[in-house]
Design a protein around this ligand. Structure first.
Ligand SMILES: Nc1ncnc2c1ncn2[C@@H]1O[C@H](COP(=O)(O)OP(=O)(O)O)[C@@H](O)[C@H]1O
Ligand SMILES: [Mg+2]
Length: 251
């Protein structure tokens, strides 16, 4: 469903991505982990066509999106929903209006159709009865749910999550992880979940890729990651800072 080949991206002289290769099969969930500032959000923005890479290919559902016209890109974007790090709700709109926004944008004018679709999604995200609330009156977890509802209202075949549990307490994080799983099962959505929350990665991902210094340093199942004896992976899993920074023992 999604394939990335030799993807590179520089900002000025800073090489963020140095040749990324990744494949996500239909219906599968790939977790991407890695240190903050490593280029995970940039990778997602490239995949959805919000940024242009310096080189490489990005295949979505059999089509290379690099160099596509804005019109063709819009059609691809319809297949791919994204949940941004902050959730990015419109503060002046109610929950219902926020969720319905992509439908209006796509030209849906029938209020009955909109209402039905919104109430179906509200049920999926378990926020029935909250549709008249304003974002300011929602908890962090609820905001994420509404953002998620907005990303899936047009039934994308892929969804990209950028740090879906960041800033949430463990219990709310767990409920978001369950929701991600439920979406996978109910709609068979192909997903990429970028996260620094290892628990979340283990919970939702079929495969995990570890992005390090602009490349995929590790790719495997959560189980394979867990038993990896690679020192870099171990440090990351245990939350240790970089080896180079540790005092070197004198010989
Ligand atoms: N639009 C941009 N212009 C310049 N630099 C950027 C831009 N977007 C991201 N960066 C830089 O790219 C690097 C990777 O950022 P990001 O993908 O947000 O990291 P991550 O999501 O892994 O924490 C950072 O150093 C960031 O400052
Ligand atoms: Mg990020």
């Amino acid at each position: 469903m999604i394939a990335v080949r030799g993807l590179t991206k520089k900002f000025g002289r800073q090489e963020i991505l140095r040749g990324i290769d990744l494949t996500v099969a239909r219906g599968e969930t790939l977790g991407i982990i890695g240190r903050s500032g490593g280029g995970k959000s940039v990778l997602l923005k490239l995949i959805i066509g919000l940024m242009q890479p310096d080189a490489g290919e990005i295949w979505i559902d059999g089509e290379n999106i690099i160099g596509l016209s804005e019109r063709k890109l819009a059609a691809i974007r319809q297949k791919v929903g994204i949940l941004f790090q902050g959730g990015a709700l419109f503060d002046s709109m109610t929950v219902e209006e926020n969720i319905a926004f992509p439908l209006h944008e796509a030209g849906e004018r029938d209020p009955k159709v909109v209402r039905e679709k919104v109430s179906e999604i509200l049920e999926v995200i378990e926020l029935e009865g909250e549709q008249r609330k304003m974002p300011v009156n929602l908890s962090g977890g609820m905001k994420k749910r509404v953002g998620l509802a907005r990303s899936i209202i047009r039934r994308p075949s892929c969804i990209l999550y950028d740090e879906p549990t960041s800033g949430l307490d463990p219990i709310v994080s767990d409920s978001i992880n369950r929701l991600i799983r439920r979406l996978q099962e109910r709609f068979r959505i192909t997903s990429i979940v970028v996260t620094h929350d290892m628990k979340s990665a283990f919970h939702v991902a079929d495969h995990i890729a570890y992005l390090h210094e602009g490349r995929i340093y590790f790719y495997g199942t959560p189980k394979e990651l867990e038993v990896s004896s690679d020192p870099l992976i171990q440090d990351f899993l245990l939350g240790r800072s970089e080896r180079e920074l540790e005092p070197v023992e004198s010989t």
